[in-house]
Design a protein around this ligand. Sequence first.
Ligand code: 4H3
Length: 198
Amino acid sequence: MKFSVLTLFPEMFEMLNSSIIGRAKENGIIEIETINIRDFSKNKHKKVDDTPYGGGAGMVMMPDVVYEAYQAVKTDNAKVIYLSPQGKTLTQGKVRELSKEKHLILLCGHYEGIDQRVLDEIVDEEISIGDYVLTGGELPSMVLIDSVSRYIDGVISKESIEEESFSNEQSLLEYPQYTRPEEFHGMKVPEVLLSRTS
Ligand code: 4H3
């Protein structure tokens, strides 16, 4: 699975070099490419945004710069996702569906958003990670990358995927977990679990 992230803040994605996702990258199981949208500005001051037509607060990312960045990474089998509070809420079912794709292009907005015309032209799906507004699409992109990567073969054990919450049709909830010591601050591990340490 390849993720291409279009963003003004590629350094934020260094977080994904740690832990399980970092190891999956090292092992070549997933690839995460970040593209700095600013690199595609033709303006001498590397400007990427402008004031909105019709007025209002804040700045809007310009369509041509975003389009050029997209052109630099698109492939024939890529699916383009725009992270926004207006999108369809990400669910575990959606995560599993996306994990079957070969190439996801994640478009991260900043400021007030992105010119609607380039969104209409390149975006296949608009996704939200929940009903709240963030300063940019970077954190939602990372949430999507993390959740989708768990379904890629070799990233985590098969058992972890099968045992987890939401993964089966009954939406079985995860139960509380315990490890050693057997007693902590006077609280004991439930008796029923003590004979079943694997
Ligand atoms: C996604 C993006 C929340 C979510 C986001 C979410 C900034 C999109 C700007 C960025 C637009 C304002 N906030 N809930 N913010 O998944 O470019 O909407």
